[in-house]
Design a protein around this ligand. Structure first.
Ligand code: NAP
Length: 201
C-alpha cells in the first residue's frame, strides 16, 4: 500500500479556476507568496518543467526542488549550472525501495525526474522522512498528482482573472476542513482527500 501522507498540493487559483497566464502567475499577492514560502521552506517542492522555467530556471532557495520532465537529460544539458550536480533519472532502478538509499539533492539543489518515479516516493516510511513533499504545479502536474495528495492547501483569489492554465476539478474528491485565512483579496483553504486521508491517518 502506498503511503499517501507524503504528498500535499499547494496552489492558488482565481474564482474562475485560473492559475497562470503566459507562464506567469497573473496576480501579485505578497502575503500568499509568504505563505507558500513558509509552508515549503525546508521541505520538498515538486513542479513541472514549465513552472520551473516560469521561476526563471532557478531552484527555489532553502527547499529541495524536484522538476518533472519527460526529457530530464535534455533539461540537464540545457541548464548545466542548475542541474549539473542534480540527480537525474528515469525508472525504478534509480529509486531503490529502501528509504535509506533514497537520495535527493541537498536543500537548494534541483533534480529532474519523471512523474512515475514520484509514485515510488510514496513507498517511503513516513517515520524515516521528516520532510513534506509539496506538489507545486502547474496545471499539468496538479491534474496528474492531485489523486495522490492527502491534502490540498488552496489559496482562492477572490476575483476572476484571464489566463491559460487552470486548476483541475477536485471538489468531489476533497473535503474542506479549514479556512486558514480570510483576507479581502484571498482566502487560504485546507482540503483533505476523502479517501486518501483515511488511508494515511
Ligand atoms: N497559481 C499557482 O498556484 C501556480 C503554481 C504553479 C504554476 N502555475 C502556473 O501554471 C502554468 C504552468 O503550468 P503548465 O501546465 O503549462 O506546465 P507545468 O505543469 O508546470 O509543466 C508541464 C511539464 O511538466 C512535464 N510533465 C508533465 N507530465 C509529466 C509526467 N507524467 N512525467 C514527467 N514530466 C511530466 C513536461 O515537461 P517536458 O515538456 O520537459 O517533458 C511538461 O511539459 C504557468 O502559468 C505557471 O505560472 C501556477
Amino acid at each position: 500500500m502506498f503511503d499517501m501522507k507524503h504528498f500535499k498540493a499547494i496552489a492558488a487559483m482565481s474564482l474562475n479556476r485560473v492559475i497562470g497566464a503566459g507562464n506567469k502567475i497573473p496576480w501579485h499577492l505578497p502575503e500568499d507568496f509568504k505563505w507558500f514560502k513558509r509552508m515549503t521552506s525546508g521541505n520538498v517542492v515538486i513542479m513541472g518543467r514549465k513552472t520551473f522555467e516560469s521561476l526563471g530556471g532557478k531552484p527555489l532557495p532553502n527547499r529541495i526542488n524536484i522538476v518533472l520532465s519527460r526529457h530530464p537529460g535534455r533539461l540537464q544539458a540545457s541548464l548545466p549550472e542548475v542541474f549539473g550536480q542534480a540527480w537525474v533519472g528515469r525508472g525504478k532502478t534509480h529509486f531503490p525501495d529502501k528509504p535509506t538509499q533514497f537520495e535527493l539533492p541537498k536543500v537548494g539543489g534541483a533534480a529532474t525526474v519523471d512523474l512515475r518515479i514520484i509514485k515510488n516516493v510514496l513507498k517511503l516510511d513516513p517515520a524515516s522522512s521528516p520532510l513534506e513533499f509539496y506538489i507545486a504545479g502547474g496545471a499539468q502536474i496538479y491534474k496528474k498528482a492531485l489523486p495522490f495528495c492527502s491534502d490540498l492547501y488552496l489559496t482562492l483569489v477572490k476575483r476572476e482573472v484571464e489566463g491559460d492554465a487552470f486548476f483541475p476539478p477536485f471538489e468531489d474528491k476533497f473535503d474542506l476542513v479549514e479556512t486558514i485565512r480570510d483576507e479581502p483579496e484571498f482566502k487560504i483553504l485546507h482540503y483533505r482527500h476523502k479517501a486518501l486521508f483515511e488511508l494515511a491517518a
